[in-house]
Ligand binder design. Structure first.
Ligand SMILES: Cc1ncc(COP(=O)(O)O)c(C=O)c1O
Length: 406
């Protein structure tokens, strides 16, 4: 009989077998079992258009069951790529064809696809500080060294980015990628100004570094449209834009896309090892998008989330000052709180959890340390009444931590 020490497949032995980059990975953010989940950036469950998707499923299976249920290729369903291309062309004024587009399993797979195609062991990827932890995990799992550049309320700070690029140039090993969520960043909620977009594109061009524009929250516009996309500013050259239907339709679909100049898209499609996405999902989503029900759905979401952002902001101002300050985001799902001096984000997160509220400490959003005085708070998933109750409990948590640390 095997003893624990000699078991070649014990938990410790499995750990030792893992690729080193994977061994060091922290777990991803997940849904919380607590009564008030201000942690997971997901759409409100009540908004999920399941009836429309059910109708669409029936239609696509009745029309062409074999097509929907047979491998569909690495780039994804052509009519869905055409829909994305048309939207991107209309938004950017550029010529965007289905050859520019590939369908992915969400923006997450788009990021991984770009990393798989371009990032070799030891390559440098530049991100914001803070940034989306899923991107940090992906780049690191692909062997990248992640260098972060500070963000302020208007997004990535350009002189700091220029300094990093200059330093990399001097080492003779320039960064491969600059990863940025220009619209409604996760977690900071910041939107990169047009001037900074122009400067970013200029810098990337000067240094021959690709831009990865993560568009996960585009569409969740709460103050009208955002500035011209990085993709458009760059004229579609030297940039990959990855988008998703997770936030405007449903995270469970796992459907998103990448858009890039065709030579890049073709290479990205080759660097996929999943035999393509599920044709049935591509087809039913395509049917839904073209049914005339998608655009009103997105407008409904904008109204809903604007109210939630505002209700949460009001409750934070009423109940949580002077412990927190924040800036109103122009879109997306998040308030990014600055804690008053002396308040520790992990302690506040723990105290909030004891009161039934899940929030996220800022520390997970920094590739190389930081965020001890920040909390991310999601307003998308709960009703205004629940948001108010959650902020009441959160305010108690803040007061408790503040009095314990006095
Ligand atoms: C900035 C950002 N990018 C990408 C993703 C991944 O989303 P999905 O893969 O569901 O499109 C998320 C999810 O929260 C995100 O916040």
């Amino acid at each position: 009989m095997d003893t624990a020490g000699s078991d070649p497949f014990s938990a410790a032995a499995i750990e030792a077998l893992l690729a080193p980059a994977v061994r060091r990975l922290p777990p991803p953010t997940s849904l919380s079992p607590l009564p008030y989940d201000l942690n997971a950036g997901v759409p409100d469950r009540e908004t999920l258009p399941w009836r429309e998707l059910l109708d669409a499923t029936r239609v696509v299976l009745e029309e062409d069951a074999a097509g929907a249920l047979t491998y569909g290729g690495q780039a994804g369903y052509e009519p869905l790529r055409a829909w994305v291309a048309e939207r991107q062309a209309a938004e950017t004024g550029l010529s965007v064809t289905p050859g520019h587009v590939a369908i992915t399993a969400g923006s997450a797979q788009g990021i991984d696809n770009v990393a798989a195609a371009f990032v070799a062991d030891g390559d440098v990827v530049i991100t914001g500080a803070p940034t989306y932890p899923g991107a940090i995990r992906t780049f690191r799992a692909r062997g990248a060294q992640v260098i972060d550049v500070p963000q302020d309320e208007d997004g990535l700070v350009m002189p700091a980015l220029a300094r990093v690029l200059d330093t990399r140039r001097m080492t003779g090993r320039q960064a491969k990628l600059i990863y940025v969520t220009a619209n409604y960043d996760n977690p900071s909620g910041s939107t990169l100004t047009l001037e900074r977009r122009q400067r970013l594109v200029e810098l990337a061009r000067e240094h021959g570094v690709l831009i990865l524009e993560d568009d996960a929250y585009t569409g969740i516009d709460l103050e009208g449209p955002p500035p011209t996309s990085l993709f458009a500013v760059a004229g579609g050259r030297g940039i990959v834009r990855c988008g998703t239907f997770s936030k405007t339709v449903a995270t469970g679909l796992r459907v998103g896309f990448i858009v890039a100049q065709p030579e890049i898209t073709a290479r990205l499609v080759l660097a996929r090892f999943d035999n393509g996405g599920p044709p049935i999902l591509h087809r039913l989503l395509n049917h839904y998008l073209r049914s005339g029900r998608y655009d009103p759905h997105v407008r409904m979401l904008q109204t809903l989330y604007r109210e939630r952002r505002d209700v949460t902001a009001e409750a934070l101002r009423d109940l949580c000052e002077p412990y927190v300050t924040f800036r109103m985001p122009r879109g997306g799902f998040f308030h990014w709180l600055q804690l008053a001096p002396g308040l520790d984000a992990v302690a506040v997160t723990r105290a909030a959890a004891e009161r039934g509220v899940a929030v996220t400490p800022g520390t997970g959003y920094f590739a190389n340390g930081g965020g001890e005085d920040r909390i991310r708070l999601v307003y998308s998933a709960l009703s205004p009444a629940d948001l108010r109750r959650a902020i009441e409990a959160f305010a108690e948590a803040l007061a408790a931590v503040a009095s314990a640390s006095r």
